[in-house]
Design a protein around this ligand. Structure first.
Ligand code: ATP
Ligand code: MG
Length: 394
């Protein structure tokens, strides 16, 4: 029996003339992700990509798990393929569907006939195939409104496709179809989720992280690297910029008023991130800030930070509460890593009484008490860059 996986587009299906470009990117992404799982043949037709294993060792369950993490996919269906002969379709699919139907109580058949030369019309296919299934599995009954199993039978150009399971895809747009952005990645819960959400909108997401050894440990850095690795499952390859931030933070501690530390530090981070954006053509910055969460995330503080940003700053989790963010963190498997208790550079030298309504003029005055230019340039020069690749592409 031949089995293929049908991948149906999400939002791409709604695109007009430039749909082909989006499809190309999606297929390229799929091929890269599946490369280490076997050899496959790809065919694209009618807003669907057909993936057929060429080698017999490919594990289709594993393929489906991978496909679930690829943005741009609306739905995934594992199907049997038959010639367009209804007697064969009936006989074979009743056998093929055994696993799906033997323990179910209710089902329905949903047919689609895009090949209009096929002699049976859609309602006839549903009736006839439904009848054959009922005969083979008399314990079943038909429920058209709320069936436990929906059997799909699609008569398409190249054959008849039968499946019992439609899996919801990751949705969104294919990574690489909307440009590139630089994520300010901390070791916390929020920023990995922010990166994931922007990748879902089709952005290539690379990450920048600030470290302050010896105040922050090697293990804190390793934790962030683990987060990067986990993000590759959804974001594809992630370039990682690790910026040494100790001297800057010490100069800040020694020269500027304490209550402004956090906001000035955030502004210094953004100024360094600006540099890498220009150098690598990132079109935006991404952070995991959520309004009201901490002192640096008030409207005033955000305004002060954004004043030095030379690129739009995206904050996809800005309107979410911690519970919602945590749910996504669990879904993308970053939560357990994020809650490991290592210091972030943000938590060293934190003021006891940070200003929650900083005034931009006051901040600029406080910041001007020290000229950070040389230290910023040095941090940029000493930045280490690493590449995290998607599994199987090392
Ligand atoms: P997160 O859970 O993402 O760490 P948070 O709620 O702990 O967020 P903050 O520590 O105030 O909030 O950080 C706000 C944002 O600033 C983070 O989401 C991240 O985008 C950025 N950020 C904080 N620390 C760092 C760091 N060491 N390197 C890079 N970006 C950072
Ligand atoms: Mg944090």
């Amino acid at each position: 029996m031949r089995e293929v996986i049908m991948v149906k587009y999400g939002e791409i299906a709604l695109k007009g003339l430039n749909k082909g470009t989006f499809e190309d990117i999606l297929i390229k992404n799929i091929k890269r992700r599946l490369r280490h799982l076997g050899k496959f043949e790809y065919m694209r037709r009618q807003s669907t990509v057909y993936i057929e294993p060429v080698s017999h060792d490919a594990d289709l369950d594993e393929v489906i798990e991978k496909l679930k993490t690829i943005f741009g996919i609306g739905a995934i269906q594992r199907c049997a393929v038959y010639p367009k002969d209804f007697e064969i379709i009936k006989e074979e699919s009743v056998k093929y569907l055994e696993t799906a139907l033997q323990f179910a109580r209710t089902f329905k058949v949903e047919a689609k006939r895009s090949d209009k030369t096929f002699p049976l019309k859609t309602p006839d296919i549903q009736m006839e195939l439904g009848g054959a299934i009922l005969e083979a599995y008399p314990h079943l009954s038909v429920d058209v409104h709320n069936p436990e199993v929906t059997v799909m039978c699609e008569i398409r150009d190249k054959g008849a496709y039968v499946s019992a399971e439609r899996i919801i895809g990751a949705g969104g747009m294919p990574v690489g179809s909307s440009g590139k952005a630089l994520l300010l990645l901390s070791g916390g819960i929020d920023s990995p989720v922010a990166g994931y959400m922007m990748a879902k909108r089709g952005l290539i997401v690379d990450a920048i992280h600030f470290v302050s050894p010896p105040y922050t440990s090697d293990r804190a850095l390793m934790k962030v690297e683990t987060l990067c690795e986990k993000l590759t499952a959804y974001c594809g390859d992630v370039r990682f910029f690790c910026v040494p931030f100790t001297e800057i933070q010490e100069a800040l501690r020694d020269n500027c008023p304490q209550e402004y530390f956090t906001v000035i530090m955030r502004r210094l981070m953004i100024r360094i991130a600006n540099h890498f954006c220009k150098e690598n053509e990132y079109g935006a910055l991404v952070t995991g800030e959520s309004v009201g969460q901490v002192a640096s995330q008030t409207l005033r503080a955000i305004q002060c930070t954004d004043a030095v940003a030379e690129f739009p700053v995206f904050r996809p989790v800005v309107g979410m509460d911690k519970k919602e963010i945590t749910e996504i963190a669990r879904h993308i498997d970053t939560f357990e890593t994020s809650i490991l208790p290592y210091e972030d550079c943000c938590t060293v030298f934190t003021p006891k009484h940070p200003k929650t309504r900083p005034d931009i003029a006051d901040i600029e005055k406080a910041e001007a008490m020290y000229d950070f230019t040389d230290l910023i340039n040095k941090a940029i020069r000493d930045t280490e860059i690493k590449l995290f690749r998607v599994e199987g592409n090392e």
